[in-house]
Design a binder for this molecule. Structure first.
Ligand SMILES: O=C[C@H](O)[C@H](O)[C@H](O)COP(=O)(O)O
Length: 212
């Protein structure tokens, strides 16, 4: 099966987790399939909290109300894609630069259903360069701190996040202890968020329509 087909199946399969209330919605090409399927059951839900301007636009196109997280309160369900997923459901995210808002909505949600195609499954995280959102003036400082830890930082030149910040992608890390690395990077001054989801991994992973 091709990659796009697996993404579509995963997006559609996630609908079975949707109950009434407000749904947390992630970002990316796989989530776009979820939003398309969500449109068919929009009568069932009150609305969505979105993790990006991109997803907000798509949700609104279908007439799905987009709510502010502060107004919505804790969410029962968050559905999002990932760039890599290890056997413990820990993830690398942020290939689309939406990692910070994604982390916030995931943290505020009781259940995180991650939708991916099979190319995203790995034994050890790190083949996909690890995205880090940084305050622009801290870019060089954070890059030096990353290099000191053995990573190769590459500025994603031309990308501005929805929060007005920049992205550094870290190449060359074989992430054997994702929890420790996430905590360590979060301590670097100027880092807004790191695209490692180890403290808050997914609860359910759908690879195509197969739950693992
Ligand atoms: O910032 C983007 C997100 O973390 C996406 O969920 C991730 O990049 C996966 O995207 P896609 O479903 O397009 O492969």
């Amino acid at each position: 099966m091709n990659q796009a087909n697996e993404k579509r199946l995963a997006g559609e399969a996630a609908i079975r987790f949707v109950e009434k209330g407000v749904i947390g919605v992630g970002t990316g090409s796989t989530v776009n399939y979820f939003i398309d399927a969500l449109a068919d059951v929009r009568e069932r839900i009150e609305g969505a909290v979105s993790s990006s301007e991109q997803s907000t636009e798509r949700l609104k196109k279908y007439g799905i109300p987009v709510l502010d997280l502060n107004a919505a309160g804790p969410l029962a369900l968050y559905v999002d894609g990932a760039d890599e997923c290890d056997p413990h459901k820990r993830l690398i995210k942020g290939g689309g630069a939406a990692l910070t808002r994604e982390k916030i909505v995931a943290a505020a949600s009781e259940r995180f259903v991650c939708i991916i195609d099979s190319t995203k499954l790995v034994d050890i995280l790190g083949t996909f360069p690890l995205p880090i959102e940084v305050i622009p003036m801290a870019r060089s400082h954070v890059a030096r701190e990353i290099a000191r830890r053995g990573g190769q930082p590459v500025w994603r030149d031309g990308t501005l996040t929805d929060n007005g910040n920049w992205i550094i992608d870290v190449h060359g890390w074989r992430i054997t202890d994702p929890l420790a690395l996430e905590a360590d990077i979060n301590q670097i001054t100027g880092v807004v968020a790191v695209g490692l989801f180890a403290k808050r991994p997914a609860d359910v992973v759908l690879v195509g329509n197969r739950e693992i």
